[in-house]
Design a protein around this ligand. Structure first.
Ligand SMILES: [Zn+2]
Length: 517
């Protein structure tokens, strides 16, 4: 300690003629700066975690890296993740491997309730920067106790209002809903509007996993637009998609509806993952009235023959509405009770379990899985044509809907999504320019979610950087092998520190908490 104090003045007064002026200089790459404008050759110089020079960096770096032939872009910002448990895998290796340097969690209505302590807990302790929304589903569950199939009373509403206010003061970027999940599914538009008004007062955003992404998507869009209008809040359609063959081909109509709302002055954008299958709990296949009230209530309903018949009929009707005649589109990604079902679709698994695979057997299996702790599913319900149409829209961000993991999880999006934008949709299909795809993963999400000084390569911006070879970058994760790591990325920096280098994630944890303002 004493020595440090004695040395410090000496260091300050004798910088010497060969002084390094930067911590790190990346030289000679093509810079795609996140704005969408054409890439240009140049250097990027970094000091004290920030970018300090772009173009020509005079002076020397303590470390210099020659990157001829490679591209430098801002680290990708993934605004739709489920990362409440990030401190269990603070390396967030799946995100780092695909160049994601900032994640927003708290989506689909599910989040931490204590935003302040969550942000403190991740600050300087994870590989990536982390921001969060307040999930109104989690909030509703805590404020309303065990019964949800009703509007909140005045006292509960007041409790929720003040919780939103507090979360926003503690740095939440906004609020989220998951209107297909319990208990969010029981919240009415008025309730959401009331809470969104509080978030709007603080400049927050409203992100929604809408009430329907299939046959009733237009009503669901109406609801989101109504919330944006009444609460005067910016809104985000989470993981925009069209599920079920009956809906395929309507992406333009969905986008037109959103364009109309924007023409009226509303500030609405969307994000998307680049796959034709979704992933969530298998219980999402069961109507919410059947699951409401928890395990005991669920078992009671199943034990009553007439209610059980009603459940089966309701599930058949819902399936038919989506244009399907079986649950073969739903694949079991994990189910702790019967691991042999992993990778089997519901129809195949029903055959294994009951030696019959008609629709009744499939529904029994779905109910049985829920009764035994639930499992995760991958649902092959979308059409590539719609995925492309959504991606072509200039306000569509590219976000994974994944959580942190050491090596990928149930769905390939967790370790492939951002890279897939650049390999499949830029290089192979030419649907977007490289600059535009990068903009959708950098400055567009940063501006939409009001994440300051990130999302661009420019002086003063935090040094979140991804370096890749645009000719070689490629996602390798598939539905059969979702853990396969992408290739083509050589370096990822978070706040100036390498989190991915020499082909693997490093042990560094330079990520910062992202707080509103
Ligand atoms: Zn969702």
């Amino acid at each position: 300690m004493l020595n440090t104090f004695l040395l410090l003045p000496l260091l300050l007064v004798s910088p010497g003629p060969q002084a390094t002026s930067y911590d790190l200089v990346l030289r000679g790459a093509t810079i795609v700066d996140g704005s969408g404008k054409p890439g240009f050759e140049g250097d990027v110089a970094i000091r004290d975690s920030r970018i300090v020079a772009v173009g020509e960096a005079h002076g020397k770096g303590k470390r210099e890296i020659q990157l001829r032939g490679q591209t430098i872009a801002p680290g990708f910002i993934d605004v739709h993740t489920h990362s409440e448990n990030i401190m269990r895998t603070p390396g967030a290796q799946n995100f780092v491997r695909m160049g994601v340097t900032t994640i927003v969690t708290g989506n689909c209505g599910s989040s931490t309730l204590n935003v302040g302590s969550f942000l403190n807990s991740v600050d300087g302790k994870a590989a990536v920067n982390v921001g969060t929304l307040l999930g109104l589903g989690t909030l509703r569950a805590s404020a309303m106790g065990g019964s949800f199939d009703r509007p909140p009373n005045a006292r509960e509403m007041e409790r929720m209002r003040s919780a939103v206010d507090q979360a926003m003061r503690q740095g939440a970027l906004g609020i989220s809903t998951g209107l297909i999940y319990l208990p969010g599914t029981f919240s009415k538009t008025d309730e959401i509007v009331e809470l969104a008004k509080i978030a709007a007062k603080h400049g927050g955003i409203y992100a929604s996993h809408m009430r329907n992404e299939s046959a009733k998507i237009y009503e669901a869009l109406d609801e989101l637009i109504e919330v944006a209008r009444q609460a005067k809040i910016r809104a985000q359609v989470s993981h925009i998609k069209l599920g079920g063959n009956g809906m395929w081909g309507q992406a333009d109509r969905v986008l037109q509806k959103l364009d109309h709302a924007r023409a009226e002055g509303l500030d609405i954008a969307h994000d998307q993952y680049l796959y034709t299958a979704s992933s969530t709990g298998l219980s999402a296949l069961i109507p919410d009235w059947v699951r409401e009230g928890g395990d005991a209530a669920f078992r009671r309903r199943l034990a009553d023959p007439s209610t059980k018949n009603k459940i089966i009929q309701d599930m058949k009707d819902r399936l038919a509405q989506t244009g399907r005649d079986s649950y073969a589109y739903a694949v079991i990604a994990s189910y702790a009770r019967e691991p042999r079902f992993r990778g089997k679709n519901i129809q195949e698994a029903a055959k294994l379990k009951y030696n019959q695979d008609d629709l009744d057997a499939q529904i029994w299996l779905i109910l049985d899985i829920h009764r035994n702790g639930g499992g995760r599913g991958v649902f092959h319900g979308m059409h590539e044509g719609d995925v492309k149409r959504f991606l072509a829209h200039p306000l569509t961000m590219i976000a994974s809907d994944a959580g942190p993991s050491a090596g990928g999880a149930a769905h390939p999006r967790g370790q492939g999504n951002a890279v897939r934008a650049l390999s499949r949709y830029v290089r192979e299909l030419n649907l977007l320019t490289l600059e535009e795809a990068v903009r959708r993963m950098t400055s567009l999400p940063a501006e939409t979610f009001k994440i300051k000084h990130r999302g661009r390569i420019g002086p003063g911006y935090w040094a979140d950087v991804v370096v890749f070879d645009p000719a070689k970058i490629e996602d390798r994760a598939t539905f059969d092998n979702p853990g396969a790591a992408p290739v083509g990325i050589s370096l990822v920096l978070v706040n100036g520190t390498p989190v991915f280098e020499n082909g693997r994630p490093t042990a560094a944890r330079p990520g910062k908490a992202i707080r509103r303002n």
